[in-house]
Design a protein around this ligand. Structure first.
Ligand SMILES: Nc1ncnc2c1ncn2[C@@H]1O[C@H](COP(=O)(O)OP(=O)(O)OP(=O)(O)O)[C@@H](O)[C@H]1O
Length: 476
């Protein structure tokens, strides 16, 4: 397990990052000052340090020098506010791997960390060649797409989606984006912002699922120095940071009831009060929220406040599943191939005919995110100009074959090739509910109603199969 040290005096941010990176499989240590960091650097064999450029007792240059003295193999990524970008660039010149600007985008930081851990050793003094201006333009967003860095698609579903985006973007209406994981909700939110009158104002994306309950108020509304243990400096909350622009609340269904109350008040009164402060700050914010849960159900069950739900859902947009977007699948594939080529320095030209067919009929349960990952891996593994079946996960064929009711072949396919190298069978989940029942029935029939075998064929565990049998009322 790779070990990461986060050096940051903003305690809440530090803990949030720790939660996020631990979930991603790293062993994470926190230090709130340079002094604390030196102790951990001495005791632990670290792989990477993520550090603020400015700490109460040190600065980026001193931190980097010290780290490189302790162990030159440790990769260093700097976290910086806008005013410190120049310092960050200087620190990179003396050996930091890269820098990221605050507010930190979780996808981006993860990408940079993985890149540092894989490429860092080879190029420990890499200087990022993008200009400062470029960085400034793209940094305020959690999402890295700007300009042509995303595609719209031409299918009826895509057209409908962009019609909605175009209609709602210029208004100040709150938008709730509903859709399965990986359908591109974050990208939709950013598109709305870029097409609005607020396009040149801040866009702040907040992953509500990653905010620890106790720190939510401080995260959203900020705090003043000394207002609680660990509040060593004043902190600007997300609302204030987004003032004049747009705030995107991702996974909004994860907010606790208490935070929902505070949020609603802020939205209604258009004022926020930092924790420990008596002063209210006026905020003018456009709000976009996203969920992959059934929020209406959460409202019915008393887990999500109805008034907040209506406040967020003045207009709703459904993010289409990838398999509803017809031939756009191929356009997305082309886009991800180009993206992976650039990232991995490869020259893959496209999909073989056979793979094109598979792509068009596959369910894509993980939507765009799944496609991006599958293509990235395929580009890495491909030895020919075209992506062939042999570099795709076998589960993709298991799906298709199952659809054709040829389960025996599916089982063979799944023990073939690089099957399972990246995807756990349990990750398969059970596709869309429309054909889920049918898939289960086919698998049961092929397994001669042996539940263990059927579960195996479906790539799920027995317990999940039992639950599904109950759900669909399948009698055995
Ligand atoms: N229009 C697009 N063009 C190209 N790539 C896209 C587009 N929309 C999304 N993506 C890609 O798909 C991935 C998933 O998108 P995104 O994070 O926006 O999905 P999401 O619905 O917010 O997922 P989750 O619900 O899990 O947070 C992104 O990392 C990006 O690489």
């Amino acid at each position: 397990m790779k070990k990461i040290l986060i050096i940051e005096d903003d305690v809440s941010f530090c803990l949030m990052m720790k939660t996020f990176l631990t979930k991603k499989g790293f062993e994470v240590f926190n230090a709130f000052s340079f002094k604390e960091a030196t102790v951990i650097l001495k005791d632990q064999q670290l792989d990477l340090v993520l550090t603020d450029v400015r700490l109460p007792d040190s600065d980026g240059i001193e931190i980097l020098k010290h780290i490189k003295e302790v162990n030159p193999a440790i990769q260093v990524i700097l976290m910086t506010g806008y005013t410190d970008i120049k310092t960050a660039v200087n620190v990179m010149k003396i050996g930091a791997f890269d820098y990221v600007s605050k507010p930190i985008n979780s996808d981006e930081i993860l990408h940079t960390i993985n890149k540092a851990l894989t490429e860092g050793g080879k190029t420990s003094t890499v200087v990022n060649t993008s200009s400062e201006t470029d960085k400034k333009e793209t940094r305020p967003v959690k999402n890295a797409y700007t300009g042509s860095h995303f595609i719209k698609g031409k299918s009826a579903k895509s057209k409908e989606l962009y019609d909605f985006i175009n209609v709602v973007a210029p208004t100040n209406i709150s938008v709730l984006i509903i859709g399965d994981s990986g359908t591109g909700k974050e990208n939709i939110a950013y598109s709305i912002h870029k097409l609005s009158k607020r396009e040149n104002m801040p866009y702040v994306a907040v992953d509500c699922g990653a905010i620890p309950k106790d720190l939510a108020a401080s995260e959203f509304f900020g705090h003043v120095k000394g207002s609680f243990t660990g509040a060593v400096t004043d902190k600007i909350g997300h609302f204030e940071a987004a003032n004049g622009g747009t705030i995107f609340l991702d996974e909004v269904g994860n907010l606790t009831y208490d935070v929902q109350v505070q949020l609603l008040r802020a939205l209604q009164e258009r004022k926020v009060k930092p924790v420990g402060s008596s002063k209210e700050i006026d905020v003018d914010i456009r709000i976009i929220a996203a969920t992959n849960e059934d929020l209406q159900k959460a409202v019915r069950e008393g887990d999500f406040r109805e008034d907040l739900y209506h406040r967020l859902n003045e207009f709703s947009i459904q993010a289409p599943r990838l398999n509803e977007r017809g031939k756009d699948v191929l356009e997305f594939a082309e886009f991800f191939i180009a993206q992976s080529n650039a990232e991995l320095e490869r020259n893959v030209e496209g999909l073989s005919d056979e793979v094109t067919e598979v792509f068009l009929s596959y369910e894509w349960p993980g939507n765009l995110r799944e496609m991006r990952n599958i293509i990235k891996r395929a580009v890495l593994l491909s030895s020919s100009n075209l992506i062939e079946k042999s570099v795709l996960p076998a589960e993709m064929f298991q799906h298709n074959v199952l659809k054709n009711a040829d389960v025996d072949t599916a089982v063979i396919a799944s023990s073939d090739g690089f099957a399972g190298a990246s995807m756990q069978r349990e990750d398969l989940k059970l596709y869309s509910s429309t054909n889920e029942e049918q898939l289960i029935r086919v698998a049961l029939e092929k397994a001669k109603y042996n539940k263990t075998k059927a579960a195996n064929i479906l790539g799920i565990d027995r317990k999940t199969l039992y639950n599904k049998l109950k759900l669909y009322d399948i009698e055995l």
